[in-house]
Design a binder for this molecule. Structure first.
Ligand code: GRF
Length: 201
């Protein structure tokens, strides 16, 4: 039986699409069993629906809801699908141990380990190149053991160099291409190297 993935998305979902495409072409050693979003209008949900995959939305109740309370509701929604692995693919919300202690969780981030944690990592790397402080960036997939931002044991990385006459648009395109390939590779690596169990029960 292949590894059960639940994918968490907040937006476009092009990385989710890479997983769905790899599942169809047989290059993903796992099955996306559900996609959960914190944003009801996330395009990733439409991608999942098109692929006939279960979807759910868990919205944060603004200032009135504590982070851990949201995380517990999210964990309940995710656990319904009995995942062996939870993949954060463009998930734009910090998770706490209320969620993380219940699942094996990995995160995709468009920067190399220790570089540009948080949002707008691609733009910040491009600015650093323009300032002459770097000549490459890259993408990584890492475990999410705690609520550190884009930090945790690294599973896989790909370097993405800058090129002569680079533009933000071209660099961003290369970064996303690298992410799409790396995420599939990283999931396959995790499945191959870890004895994953159904979690979150
Ligand atoms: C990706 O660059 C991801 O690494 C970052 O947000 C972007 C989401 O892209 N956290 P998509 O929603 O998968 O298209």
């Amino acid at each position: 039986m292949s590894c059960r993935l639940v994918v968490l998305v907040s937006g476009n979902g092009s990385n989710l699409q890479a997983l769905l495409d790899a599942a169809v072409s047989g290059t993903l050693d796992a099955e996306v069993v559900a996609v959960v979003s914190n944003k009801p209008d996330a395009f990733g949900l439409s991608r999942a629906a098109k692929a006939e995959i279960a979807t759910d939305v868990v919205e944060h109740h603004g200032k009135t809801e504590a982070r851990a309370d949201f995380d517990r509701r999210l964990a309940e929604a995710v656990s319904v699908h009995k995942p062996e692995l939870v993949v954060l693919a463009g998930w734009m919300r910090l998770l706490t141990p209320a969620f993380l202690d219940r699942f094996a969780v990995i995160n995709l981030h468009p920067a190399l380990p220790g570089e540009f944690p948080g949002t707008h990592a691609i733009d910040r790397a491009f600015d650093a190149w323009k300032d002459g402080t770097t000549d490459r960036s890259g993408v990584m997939v890492h475990w999410v053991p705690d609520d550190g931002v884009d930090d945790g044991p690294v599973i896989a990385t790909t370097e993405v160099p800058f090129v002569e006459n680079d533009t933000l648009e071209l660099f961003e395109k290369r970064m996303h291409q690298a992410e799409h390939a790396l995420l599939v590779d990283a999931v396959n690596l995790v499945v191959a190297e870890n004895s994953l169990e159904t979690t979150g029960q």
